[in-house]
Write a protein that binds this ligand. Sequence first.
Ligand code: BES
Ligand code: MN
Ligand code: ZN
Length: 508
Amino acid sequence: MESTIKTTPPERFRTGLLILPAFTGNPLPPASLVVDEASQGKLSRLISGGELGDKAGSTLLLHGLDGVAAERVLLVNFGPPDVFGDKPWREAFTAIGKALAATAAKDAAIAFDEATLPPGRDTAWALRQASRIVADGAYHFAPARAEKKHPKKHGVDKVAFILPAADKTLEEAVRQGQAIAEGMALAKDLGNLGANICTPAHLADVAHDLGKQYKFEVDILERDDMEKLGMDAFLAVARGAKQSPRFIVMRYQGDKPHKNKGSKAKSHPVVLVGKGITFDSGGISLKPGADMDEMKYDMCGGASVIGVFKTIAALALPLDVIGIVPATENMPDGNSTRPGDIVRSLSGQTIEILNTDAEGRLILCDALTYAERFKPACVIDIATLTGACVVALGKIPSGLFATDDELADELTQRGIDAGDRLWRLPLWEEYQDLLKSNFADMANIGGRYGGAITAAAFLSRFAKAYKWAHLDIAGTAWLSGEAKGSTGRPLPLLAEFLLARANARKQH
Ligand code: BES
Ligand code: MN
Ligand code: ZN
């Protein structure tokens, strides 16, 4: 989806589909009012007659409106003014995205109105979110190697935001939203691909190609490299897999040292670590059969890291970011790790593997230790880590754990800003007791209760050298049932976080 800003007045804008905001039971916002006047009050008559539903996201499509240059007009309800805020605003734009993806029109324009900004939000925020939401609404699964071809192409691939005036900041906001949606599309494609195609080697190829395209460094470690380093926790998971594992390291350097200030000090990068289990059968602790296909999504943390690298590289974001994706399958085999096996992690700490299905923490712990070498400003890991997190929080927020309150608060706020929310769970010392082992420094499972927390407590033992946050995205990375598919989450949150960090550095 190509998004632009235009300043032609809405009533004179030549387009296949003109989108106009409205509120429940309220006079039209200015951008819609001019069109209403041009059409001799037709819009307000229809709304008064109850033709537009009451809810945020209700729409009414009109053809050939007199006095208006557009072929079609779509009224979109932003809901009742007394409860107006981010949520109905997003619902309205989600409805707009749906309409744009389904229309027969060749192009479309959205009359953007200050009167429809949620309280406390500015136009740049709104344009970034809106251009992302409408572009994401047009996503359909069609990667080069996918089997299902989508024969019929519908919807627009061009949308204009109509504003009274444009400037650099607003143009940039639109580009940001578009780049976030493009990163999400990549993350979604990787998630939706079958594990026969989306293998560790495939993830490495995609990261490698991105690095080539956008000129950032990508290192790919293979099994023998990891053996030399001593990543035996990671390798314990990879043992049973026929697909060979990869440890993917992406280094994006956008924070050019300020030459004129004579500072040679290298900035401390943000490090993102994404779980890349391309299929989680459970290993010898085999999972039950129902819905096991969904364990192809167990690399969605890694996909969100690869996807957000596309976003930040396309935007040439002035910030240093390292992305690490430990990637392997978790499979049963004669060579697989057995329950009871004891391994030494890269950190030197030993682990008794009581359940081979608690594999995410085993690959992440070595990646967290590996991250120390970058002297990170902070490390954020992203993982479809526990079913327990879905039980605790459902599929609305991702779980957040952190050893640093400021980082936790920053991430929480960015999640709200991006409409990709987090909810923090405790990481108290008391939980560490649950990981006791008679034979190693720790066990890899913590018993029946608090599974999302004991998993995070396990990881925290490997994240002592820096500020650290852990996002459990088991409930948010994909949808099941009829809407089955990758959501691209938490890429919007990660992008919002990195954009804000880059902005803060610029201001220094
Ligand atoms: N990838 C799963 C977590 C998961 C399960 C995410 C279902 C989404 C839906 C993870 O590797 C796993 O199997 N976790 C176990 C941990 C347990 C063995 C301590 C779980 O959650 O059951
Ligand atoms: Mn598992
Ligand atoms: Zn898993």
